[in-house]
Design a protein around this ligand. Sequence first.
Ligand code: ADP
Ligand code: MG
Length: 266
Amino acid sequence: MSIEILDVTKTYHIGSIEVAALRGVSLTIADGELVAIMGPSGSGKSTLMNILGCLDVPSSGSYRLDGQEVGPLKDDQLAVVRSRKIGFVFQQFNLLARTPAIEQVELPMVYAGVRDRRARAMAALEAVGLSDRARHKPTELSGGQQQRVAIARALVNEPSIILADEPTGALDTHTSAEIMGIFQRLNRERGLTVIFVTHEPEIAYHTRRIIHLRDGLITSDEHVPDAEWRRADGGADHTGGERSLSEEGVGSPAHGSPPVAVGAPA
Ligand code: ADP
Ligand code: MG
């Protein structure tokens, strides 16, 4: 599922004022890449993510997703592309407050008319190490666990691209590293393309490519050298409840140290 954008601009109009959020961005992301987008507040990161995710369309320029030009698509066609191809993860998790985890994960399948929803939702929760929390509501889960529910929800329709806008922005350092571990594992094992926004270099070094935006333009697009690359514990495979608990345990000594930099990917 390749992503190709060419000279994309996005201008917002607020009354008579024009805000040029993107001023000519060109970018190709190949199938199976793991990419971080960085840049100061207001530099256009979320605008770019919304366009990549077909939540919004460019003011000008071209976006080809998997070879298909997205620009001419109507809203309902864009919705189909989103539900089939793209999973979203947000900083504030965007979960329903009173709904158990399993039902949150089932929701995208309801919209997509998928059958066998319970089993597939359980498998998605298992993939993020939360099968033992299926009946818990968001208020009964830690921040890291809530974000895992959101990741399971993003995965459940088997998208080929995950877009995450500051997914670790509301999480502490070691929980952030665990979430990065999950993204790394999904990228490595399932070949998912993962693109996420972060403010923190520490987090960005969990990817293989870092793109910097400033004032609506790409200022750099660099490969992460092996010496800088970080591999986080993929965490949460099928190891049951005890491990999930300890992973979330704040101040647990095993998780007190920063993620270890390794020389090369597995
Ligand atoms: P970032 O995510 O990097 O902080 P955004 O993409 O959210 O940046 O915003 C880029 C610029 O576009 C900012 O100047 C912001 O104020 C403006 N902007 C974003 N969304 C809207 C909107 N819906 N209407 C008007 N202006 C917007
Ligand atoms: Mg933003």
